[in-house]
Design a protein around this ligand. Structure first.
Ligand code: SF4
Ligand code: MSK
Length: 624
């Protein structure tokens, strides 16, 4: 039986979303919420993870009546294999993004491009020093070449461990060594997972789950961390700066271009092009007042963190942004881009432009960006948007609401800077109980939840309990839209947080970046643990992804847990068909890696779980 149809009120907490959901209905546009309705109820075999499709003796699905697949695999083996491949998809996504960043840095240091340069040479030298590369008296490009080699070799096979494991506290590394999950080459762990989950290989659920952890650690401390650090080197390390969020950032009288995806390599060039005086003049010739660039999802986060570019919306706002009728062009790189954007764009005048050969969409125009043609392609793409302005139908335009102010750009460097040069004031505030702990809220939207209800409620509940929130990914937009990314958002926090935020002039929720930037949170935890001489699992910290949907989010959760961070999920992965795997995820991992998953759809209850954990850890450190 299909689920009862949701009212618009039940779909989202945001006024801009609700206005566009109503407009979509009027305009006859189908959205993710409608398609979820059509897909409901979901297949219970798929949902519980007991459907196996990895060979053609099957597909097999496990039930009471048929408890074994044709080969004899049981539910535990099948669920663990499916979960392993699921998180490996996420680790591969982040890490391949990281590899693209290495290739970009390589092109710069080898002087194979005039279109890109190094924006933060100090950071390059700092990381080189961390990884043991001598730089005194040397040209930064030469040092960069060695850095590129180290990063490339992190993807290979002939290594015992990843380069950035130098950031991992010794106690944590000892745990990984003992369990045999120290991440080696990124590609090696990914390939090994595919091998292990081939028919007839790893048929021990717990063993497969341990390799899932290893693969995800290679993502967090490898692929993602490399992507973050190189993006800072190439485009600048984020510093606090103002920006704006919600669909109100679109401008009725201007050419509107949205950038969507994850990797800033394309969007940084689009940003340059929209500021080109010749292109602005061309837009004016065509009757527009200017060219307006705004972000979606994590490409939006990347540009917002570094350049203050406004954010139009998160995952579930991407379709609704087109429904405004005011968007000429959506330029995408990769990940989290719904194919429906092409179909919805066709119902208005919105064109979708793909830029990466690995992420093409039928019906979209393809403008391949390379390190050599980035500037020229960005100009071409912006010209296309300007042409599109004349096709806009003003009668179909409706831009809802006023944008909300936010403060963005809290990289670890910026946080340390705001604290006066070291983490000591933060640690002192934690010791004094003014900040009782830290939780990273990360990830997505999922139409199975009222959009952003859980993301926002959880953050509000945590800051009330004097728990500092670090936000990445699509959660950021949600929290920004309700005012939590501004210093006066601290009015909603407990007394301790109010005092700290007031004295530092910071919001109660710090925006630390995109999905790959969760690596910044790993590094921050490691720095705090080292400062206190403890393991990450001893810290009063937690992570949460209340409305997650993607393989990448599951990979992030898995590397957080394997790094010793208790992690809440708003809904379970597709593992409930196996008691062994489920128990391992929510209990067994605690004994092995000192942290586990907790699943709780209610954000108020989730805040209590995270708070309880934080209190236990505080007491473990001798704090009240
Ligand atoms: Fe079925 Fe086994 Fe093949 Fe999976 S590997 S499809 S359980 S026979
Ligand atoms: S874009 S993975 S919906 S956060 Fe990074 Fe947003 Fe989640 Fe994609």
């Amino acid at each position: 039986m299909a689920k009862k149809e949701l009212s618009i009120e039940e779909m989202s907490i945001h006024q801009d979303a609700k206005a566009m959901l109503a407009k979509a209905k009027n305009d006859g546009i189908e959205t993710a919420w409608d398609r979820l309705q059509q897909q409901t109820p979901h297949c219970t075999f798929g949902e519980s993870g007991v459907c196996c499709r990895i060979c053609v003796m099957g597909p097999c699905r496990i039930s009471k009546k048929s408890p074994l697949g044709v080969c004899g695999a049981d539910a535990d083996v099948i669920v663990a294999r499916n979960f392993g491949r699921f998180v490996t998809g996420g680790a591969a996504g982040h890490s391949d993004h990281g590899r693209d960043c290495i290739e970009a840095l390589e092109a710069v240091v080898e002087k194979e491009t005039d279109d890109y340069t190094i924006a933060d040479p100090e950071k390059l030298l700092r990381i080189a020093a961390e990884l043991g590369i001598a730089s005194e008296g040397r040209d930064v490009m030469e040092v960069g070449k060695e850095l590129v080699d180290i990063f490339f070799s992190d993807f290979a096979s002939r290594k015992q461990e990843l380069a950035f494991l130098c950031r991992v506290p010794e106690k944590r590394k000892a745990i990984w060594d003992k369990l045999g999950i120290t991440p080696r080459g990124v590609d090696r762990e990914i390939a090994e997972m595919m091998h292990r989950t081939h028919m007839g290989c790893d048929n021990d659920a717990a063993n497969t789950m341990l390799h899932s952890a290893r693969t995800c650690l290679a993502d967090g401390w490898g692929g993602s961390m490399i992507a973050t650090e190189i993006s800072d080197i190439l485009f600048g390390t984020p510093t606090p700066q103002p920006s704006k969020v919600n669909l109100g950032v679109l401008k009725e009288d201007q050419v509107n271009i949205l950038v969507h995806g994850h990797n800033p390599i394309v969007s940084e060039k689009i940003l340059e092009a929209v500021n080109d005086p010749e292109l602005i003049a061309l837009a004016k010739e065509k009757g527009a007042a200017g060219i307006n660039l705004a972000g979606l999802c994590c490409t939006g986060n990347e540009l917002m963190m570094r350049k203050g570019v406004p954010m139009a919306g998160n995952h579930l706002m991407t379709e609704l942004a087109i429904v405004t009728g005011a968007v000429e062009l959506i330029v995408v790189d990769y990940q989290c881009i719904m194919p429906s954007l092409v179909q919805i764009g066709n119902c208005y005048h919105t064109k979708m432009i793909t830029t990466a050969d690995k992420a093409r969409f039928t019906g979209a125009d393809h403008y391949k960006f390379t390190m050599q043609n980035g500037r020229e392609q960005a100009q071409n793409v912006v010209k296309l948007a300007i042409e599109g302005f004349s096709r806009r139908n003003p009668d179909r335009v409706d831009i809802p609401g006023e944008p909300v102010d936010i403060l963005t750009g809290f990289s670890n460097e910026a946080i340390i800077n705001a604290l006066g040069g070291s983490l000591t004031p933060l640690i002192d505030a934690i010791k004094a109980g003014k900040i009782r702990g830290i939780v990273g809220i990360v990830g997505c939207n999922n139409p199975k939840f009222k959009q952003d209800h859980c993301n926002v409620t959880l953050a509000q509940e945590l800051i009330k309990k004097d728990i500092l929130v670090l936000a990445t990914g699509c959660v950021t937009t949600a929290l920004g839209k309700v005012g939590l990314l501004m210093p006066d958002g601290a009015d909603q926090a407990g007394e301790g947080m109010q005092e700290i935020c007031g004295s530092l002039g910071i919001p109660p929720v710090l925006h630390v970046g995109s999905c790959v930037d969760n690596a910044r949170i790993l590094q921050a935890c490691a720095l705090i643990a080292d400062e206190l001489g403890v393991d990450i699992s001893d810290l009063p910290v937690g992570a949460s992804s209340p409305e997650w949907y993607s393989e990448k989010a599951a990979a992030i959760g898995t590397y957080a847990v394997a790094s010793g961070i208790y992690t809440h999920l708003g809904l379970p992965p597709n593992i409930l068909g196996s008691e062994v795997v489920t128990n391992l995820a929510v209990e067994g991992l605690e004994k092995l890696v000192g942290a586990s998953f907790a699943v709780e759809p209610d954000p108020v209850k989730a805040a209590v779980l995270l708070d309880t954990r934080i209190q236990q850890k505080r007491e473990g450190l001798g704090l009240t």
